[in-house]
Design a protein around this ligand. Structure first.
Ligand SMILES: Nc1nc2c(c(=O)[nH]1)N[C@H]1C(S)=C(S)[C@@H](COP(=O)(O)OP(=O)(O)OC[C@H]3O[C@@H](n4cnc5c(=O)[nH]c(N)nc54)[C@H](O)[C@@H]3O)O[C@H]1N2
Ligand SMILES: Nc1nc2c(c(=O)[nH]1)N[C@H]1C(S)=C(S)[C@@H](COP(=O)(O)OP(=O)(O)OC[C@H]3O[C@@H](n4cnc5c(=O)[nH]c(N)nc54)[C@H](O)[C@@H]3O)O[C@H]1N2
Ligand code: SF4
Ligand SMILES: [Mo]
Length: 705
């Protein structure tokens, strides 16, 4: 079912073209009013949109189900102090309570006691407005967002090596024409099903595919070569491959000399990682390591694509750096059909990291610590640059500070009760706040803890832009009316800003916000100045940077020079180090976590869609028959998984496709099967990414626990 196209007939002129509300592929789709009328729509395929050419996964096809009033929030909710229950309220009262709550904290404890938490699913307009709201209206430095849990390590490594972070430096359409793709820790077949076609076409064209994943996933099944390392050892694996390249004289020395800096140190670091040692660390047999290195270097062009597997580690930035080093040493970057790319995850995972909801950042991917950036953005905002706060805490650190130094929180577009590492602890932190306001489309597990819940409009009901994993800026246009008592996130910020003394500067109209975003981003790394709604609609999206309206946009980056000061890509000397927590006598098994095709993220939206729940009804623990035998596990029977953070229970799913030393749990569900009860919040020192992909656990039959 995963790659099925929409069943309905071809589009008619009355259909509205838009994009899926979920992942970073941002598949194009058409919405058609259903004959029953009453403001409902169905998804119809949109074959002319190049990224997915009509194909959609089950989540995209069923997305209209969440528009139904039966499952969504339809009016504001306010917690009744006497009963402790959330009860319906009017917008005036709800917004006034939020404004009062935030103002009170600020007055008593100072601006940095007010926190803001955003999301990579928010449109560019919302992400921009949220960052401006935090810095201008609240005056707080304490803003970050769930993208920190997503591609932050790849972003940091991108910046370090190339001087610029855009997930993919080329469009997806280049993939089938390259010589060899190494796909590291991406289960594309389940996480971006329509994109699997690009890998299929690659192989049809004679290109080779190497997949690196501790599990033999549906994606790994497509590969010419599947390497299954121990979780958390990708850094050693990449260094081992580079070692082979050097030892066998396979490096592209002309490219290294002309286009890079820092090679000698990176070379020395790789030479310290003997293939035999790498075999021991990773568990990948030496012949496979060699074969992979040769396959990649022999190809005329090549790409390394990473996703959350290697990135969500406490050494994610260095790990991605090691894969980038491999590309550079092989001369497979900064050239046509070659390069390193990160498969960004959330619907606006790319744009959401560019316009200022990140703790250290101003719009246009500018740095909050850069005086020129502060002057430019403060000029657009009409404020004194000195009033802009400095960088704040990263997402996990911010959540961990709730109830401590941060007393009140405004949360928009995330569900950390399910998705944050060490989730039971974070749930406790959220409960200990003086005041919590949540804007969401449904009553998520986090919204259920709030003092005030603000019901907001959804993708099909509002206009705004997202930037997909290719750096392609896309437009969703409102296709239907939202329920009467639901407002957009921009209206929420407009209303709150007004109550907090800023009647101007926070328009509710998305096009006005986008025009301001264009000006704020002008001259920055992610320059949107030349992008307009009309252009996006006419051109199947526009790739940033696009500095003026005559500029064609930039589908391919780095072909002439990298975005560093000297134009050279920077090698970084990195060395392997173990995961923050490795198996031992008490917790002898690796736990890794991830996704299944039919649920999205915390499940707040997709767990409300019957068809998706039928396909993926609940959590499970995937384990190898050898491990199952050892602990007496029976397929379908409950297993208890215990880590130093807590205990989770879910049915066993016994499969040969996973390493015997590792169990896997998807993280989409609340309750006793919540995977994040177990995960380790050890952070990468640079990106502040938590180690979602590796921790140590004990696994036993639930009865015996
Ligand atoms: N169906 C569905 N699709 C989604 C999402 C969703 O929730 N559901 N979410 C979207 C978002 S926000 C994101 S970020 C993307 C994520 O997309 P992916 O990164 O493809 O998804 P994950 O399942 O988190 O992880 C990918 C793979 O990493 C492997 N892995 C685990 N540990 C390691 C390791 O140490 N090294 C290596 N090399 N691999 C490892 C896992 O076995 C898994 O198969 O998906 C997007 N698309
Ligand atoms: N163990 C483990 N944990 C993980 C991961 C993992 O691989 N393993 N992956 C991490 C990754 S990559 C990610 S991206 C995070 C994601 O984790 P979350 O941030 O929890 O992701 P979502 O479930 O997408 O949450 C989005 C929330 O916002 C709501 N929403 C959707 N659209 C809008 C909107 O336009 N406005 C507003 N106000 N609300 C909206 C949704 O209903 C939902 O409640 O999880 C991370 N957690
Ligand atoms: S692959 Fe992603 S964007 Fe495409 S339909 Fe599925 S969830 Fe939506
Ligand atoms: Mo993500």
């Amino acid at each position: 079912m995963s790659t099925a196209t929409a069943p309905a007939a071809a589009a008619t002129p009355t259909d509205s073209a838009t994009h899926c509300p979920y992942c970073a592929l941002q598949c194009g789709m058409n919405l058609r009013r259903t004959p029953e009328g009453a403001g409902t729509v169905e998804v119809v395929e949109r074959p002319d949109f190049p990224v997915n050419r009509g194909a959609l996964c089950g989540k995209g096809r069923t997305a209209p189900a969440v528009l139904s009033s039966a499952v969504r929030l339809t009016e504001p909710l306010v917690r009744n102090a006497a009963t402790g229950k959330l009860e319906p309220a009017g917008w005036d009262e709800a917004l006034r309570l939020v404004a009062d709550g935030l103002r009170r904290t600020r007055a008593v404890h100072g601006p940095d006691a007010v926190g803001v938490f955003g999301g990579g699913g928010l449109t560019n307009e919302k992400a921009y407005a949220l960052g401006k709201f935090a810095r201008v209206v609240l005056g707080t430095s304490q803003i970050d967002y769930n993208g920190r849990f997503c591609m932050a390590s790849a972003a940091a490594a991108h910046q370090r090596a190339f001087g610029l972070d855009r997930g993919l430096p080329f469009p997806l359409e280049d993939i089938p024409r390259t010589g060899c793709v190494i796909l590291v820790g991406s289960n594309l077949a389940e996480t971006m099903p329509p994109a699997l076609r690009y890998l299929t076409e690659l192989r049809e064209n004679g290109g080779r595919l190497i997949v690196v994943d501790p599990r033999r996933t549906r994606t790994a099944e497509q590969a010419d070569l599947h390497l299954a390392p121990r979780p958390g050892t990708d850094l050693a694996l990449a260094l081992g491959m580079l070692h082979v390249l050097i030892a066998e004289g396979r490096t592209d020395d002309a490219f290294i000399a002309a286009r890079t800096s820092g090679w000698q140190d990176a070379r020395a670091a790789a030479m310290a990682h003997w293939p035999e040692m790498v075999e021991r660390i990773t568990g990948v047999p030496l012949p496979q390591l060699r074969e992979a290195a040769r396959m990649f270097s022999d190809a005329p062009s090549g790409m390394v694509l990473t996703a959350r597997g290697p990135e969500q580690q406490s050494k994610g930035t260095d790990t991605v750096g090691a894969w980038i080093n491999l590309c550079l040493a092989a001369g497979k970057a900064g050239r046509p059909l070659s390069g390193y790319g990160c498969l960004t995850g959330q619907g606006n995972g790319q744009g959401g990291r560019e316009h200022g909801q990140k703790a250290d950042q101003l719009p246009g991917y500018r740095k909050l610590t850069d005086p020129a950036a502060r002057r430019h953005v403060a000029g657009v905002w009409g404020v004194d640059p000195d009033t802009l706060p400095g960088p704040g805490r990263s997402a996990y650190e911010l959540l961990d500070a709730l109830g401590g130094e941060v007393k009140s929180l405004l949360l928009m577009g995330s569900n950390p009760v399910i998705s944050a590492p060490r989730a039971a602890h974070i749930e406790g932190r959220l409960r200990s706040l003086d005041f919590l306001a949540v804007a969401d489309v449904v009553l998520s597990e986090t919204a259920a803890l709030a003092d005030v819940v603000l019901p907001v409009t959804q993708w099909a009901e509002e206009t705004g832009t997202t930037t997909n994993l290719e750096g392609r800026v896309l437009l969703r246009r409102a296709a239907l009316r939202a329920p009467a008592e639901v407002r957009s996130d921009l209206e929420v910020l407009h209303g709150l800003a007004g109550l907090l003394g800023h009647k101007e500067g926070f328009p509710a109209a998305p096009d006005e916000v986008f025009d301001e975003l264009r000006r704020a981003s002008a001259g920055g790394p992610a320059d949107y100045a030349g992008i307009s709604y009309d252009r996006i609609a006419a051109e199947d999206g526009v790739f940033w940077p696009c500095p003026d309206e005559q500029h064609p946009g930039t589908p391919r980056l780095f072909l002439d020079r990298f975005a560093t000061d000297d134009g050279l890509a920077r090698f970084v000397a990195v060395s392997h180090r173990p995961a923050a927590e490795e198996p031992d006598a008490d917790f002898p098994v690796f736990l890794t976590t991830g996704r299944v095709v039919s649920q999205y993220q915390s499940g707040a939206q997709t767990r409300r869609v019957p068809e998706l729940n039928t396909a993926a009804p609940g959590p499970f623990v995937e384990l190898h028959p050898r491990l199952a035998d050892r602990i007496g596990a029976v397929d379908g029977e409950p297993l208890a998984v215990t880590s130093r953070r807590g205990r989770a229970v879910a049915p066993a799913r016994i499969t040969e496709s996973i390493r015997p030393d590792t169990v896997f749990m998807p993280f989409h569900w609340p309750g006793e099967g919540r995977a994040n009860t177990l995960t380790n919040p050890a952070l990468d020192p640079t990106s502040r990414m938590p180690e979602f992909k590796v921790c140590a656990v004990r696994v036993e039959r639930a009865q015996a626990a």
